[in-house]
Write a protein that binds this ligand. Structure first.
Ligand SMILES: Nc1ncnc2c1ncn2[C@@H]1O[C@H](COP(=O)(O)OP(=O)(O)O)[C@@H](O)[C@H]1O
Ligand SMILES: [Mg+2]
Length: 261
């Protein structure tokens, strides 16, 4: 193995430019997500967080540059290899996380059924195991999503994102809409699953409590690039105006209490 700086990046965004017409969203953006870390992606509205996430998931192509995921180039890789990546990551979307016409059980079973190789007994065991993992009792399996609380819906959606035992987990605003208590317990669950399943997690969020409680590192998207990268304590010291406002505001100071650089 060479001692290349890119060797331990499970997600490696290199010199990415994204342009919509004349609007440049990403200008020569670089980002390396390391194996086993929780990386939070923050930035103002319209700074290009969701676009970057979609590019990493191969749902959109950058104008220029390259993104490698688990060693596979989304731009120059073999089509079959890129396709195979889809079973190696799970995604928790902010909205529409569940199919409302399907029960909790069927929602979690869906990705397993799409594999077309698993028998019904095995699917049942895997689904119940995943539900247990996210702390959903078996009696809820037959319920419809509409009868669950917001916190439970998030956990079931998480069980589904984890059904194929992915190496990477992507979360878009996972705690939005949850009250502080549920938000905190959801963060604890993510931290627990990360340890148990040795996941690498990329999370878009603007919730500072969430960021502080589970991030190993934070990447700040501003000025069309990653303007700051480091631990929460390191990034909070950065002089960029967005960061100063974000971390040094009233909420920021409260969330950061007790952290030392
Ligand atoms: N398909 C698209 N066509 C044109 N502009 C887009 C498209 N997708 C995103 N944008 C623009 O790119 C910028 C970044 O969007 P987005 O990634 O959604 O930001 P964020 O998630 O950080 O709020 C915004 O100005 C948005 O309007
Ligand atoms: Mg967005």
């Amino acid at each position: 193995m060479s001692g290349n700086e890119h060797d331990d990046c499970v997600i490696d965004v290199r010199n990415v430019w994204t342009q919509f017409g004349t609007h440049v969203v990403h200008r020569d953006l670089n980002l390396c997500v390391r194996q086993g870390e929780v990386m939070s992606l923050v930035g103002g509205s319209g700074s290009g967080k969701s676009t970057l996430l979609r590019e990493i998931l191969g749902l959109e192509q950058p104008t220029r540059g390259e993104i490698r995921v688990l060693g596979v180039s989304l731009q120059h890789g073999v089509a079959e290899e890129i396709q195979a990546l889809r079973n190696r990551w799970g995604m928790l979307f902010q909205e529409g996380a569940m199919f409302s016409a399907l029960s909790v059980f069927e929602n979690v079973a869906l990705p397993l059924r799409e594999m077309k190789t698993l028998d019904e007994d095995l699917i049942h065991d895997l689904v119940m195991l995943k539900l247990k993992m996210v702390d959903i009792e078996p009696r809820h399996a037959s319920k419809m999503p509409s009868s669950l609380s917001g916190g439970m819906v998030k956990r079931v959606a998480l069980a589904r994102a984890l059904s194929l035992e992915p190496e990477l987990l992507f979360l878009d605003e996972p705690t939005a809409g949850l009250d502080p208590e549920r938000s905190e317990s959801f963060c604890k669950l993510i931290a627990y699953l990360k340890r148990e399943l040795e996941l690498t997690v990329v999370m878009v969020t603007h919730d500072l409590d969430t960021i502080v409680s589970i991030s190993d590192r934070v990447a700040v998207l501003a000025d069309q690039k990653i303007a700051a990268l480091g631990t929460v304590a390191e990034v909070a010291q950065h002089p960029h105006p967005f960061i100063v406002e974000y971390f040094q505001g009233e909420r920021g100071r409260r969330a950061l209490t007790g952290l030392t650089a």
